[in-house]
Design a protein around this ligand. Structure first.
Ligand code: ASP
Length: 329
């Protein structure tokens, strides 16, 4: 399949959030000793020509190292996406973002917006000051996807590969092709500005989850606290019990959800499992997500703790937060 660009004049909006793509180092040869989130998004577009029939619009939403991403920025970003996507002449939105939590932001936006136009996150593994930065090509490729008339849903574009928000994971610490889509495989590729699609775009759903977009600042600040604990050889229930004590003592922001980063097909060390069951009995929402980078948890009839299917622990945490917010409505 080769998807064609729309013929009439349209806008692609590029929202900046920071990351290595906007990073600056003291020397061009330094690809790791940089500070992320320094260069403004309008400057990142310098030297990138809009494809024919398109106008680029830049807007800075945040300027941070994505390791420090939080729920408040996600909501702000989702609101800006919703605003621009509602404009008739906007073909799609590109978001420049750090690689570290890119898959979390992508999953959050897909869960909240499920847009019928494309929202394309892109990034870089080398700072803007690098002798050979990867950011400009990634931005060009992301713009090509955002301008594709048949595209929809939230995707990630990096090193010429298009990943679905549902499947994408950062899998490499250093290489420019740092993302993979596990068993599902990529949605497609971008080759010299043309999209070669292999499978369906992420699904769209009318209206998305608009309640979150309308939440006031207080509600956002009170987003439910969901912790992630890893099951491993020699694991214990000590941290769960401390969190339960904190909860019982009436702390301001108690744990409301717990994701267990479980081994294999959702198995959990017996000591951690016993503590997680105590948490579940105390009213904490508990979800098991596999530590494996591919595959899904296949349920068993004797399961006492819910499982997150194919979601990774970090995505399961977001799903659980959204579920808890939905229940509080
Ligand atoms: N720490 C950076 C960030 O996520 C890493 C990157 O962008 O590659 O913002």
């Amino acid at each position: 399949m080769v998807d064609s660009l729309s013929s009439s004049l349209r806008r692609v909006v590029v929202l900046g959030t920071g990351g290595t793509i906007a990073g600056r180092a003291a020397s061009g040869g330094d690809n790791i000793g940089y500070t992320a989130g320094q260069v403004g998004v309008a400057d990142l577009l310098g030297g990138i020509d809009a494809p024919e029939g398109l106008v680029l619009v830049a807007e800075q939403v945040a300027q941070l190292d994505s390791k420090d991403m939080d729920f408040g920025v996600w909501v702000q970003l989702a609101r800006r996406c919703a605003f621009w996507l509602a404009e008739a002449d906007v073909a799609g939105v590109v978001i420049t973002h750090g690689t570290d939590t890119l898959e979390e932001t992508a999953f959050f936006l897909q869960a909240v917006l499920a847009p019928d136009k494309p929202v394309v996150l892109t990034c870089a593994m080398r700072p803007a000051t690098s002798l050979s930065p990867d950011g400009p090509q990634n931005v060009r490729d992301a713009i090509a996807v955002a301008a594709t008339s048949s595209a929809q849903g939230v995707t990630v574009v990096c090193a010429g590969v298009i990943h679905s928000a549902m499947d994408v994971q950062k899998v490499h610490t250093y290489r420019q092709d740092a993302f993979a889509s596990g068993d599902a495989g990529p949605v497609g590729y971008v080759e010299e500005g043309a999209v070669r699609r292999l499978r369906d775009w992420p699904r769209s759903q009318a209206g998305g989850n608009s309640r979150i977009l309308e939440a006031d600042e207080k509600a956002i600040a009170l987003s439910p606290r969901v912790e992630i604990l890893t099951s491993h050889a020699g694991a214990s229930g000590a941290i769960v019990d401390l969190l339960l004590q904190e909860r019982a003592a009436g702390c301001a922001d108690p744990m409301r959800g717990l994701v267990l980063a479980a081994t294999g097909n959702g198995t959990v060390h017996h000591a951690l499992e016993a503590a997680a069951l105590r948490a579940q009995d105390a009213g904490v929402a508990v979800l098991r997500a596999t530590r494996c980078t591919s595959g899904r948890i296949l349920p068993r009839p004797d399961d006492k703790l819910r499982n997150a299917g194919a979601l990774t622990p970090v995505k399961a945490r977001i799903a659980l937060m959204l579920e808890l917010i939905g229940k509080a409505a």
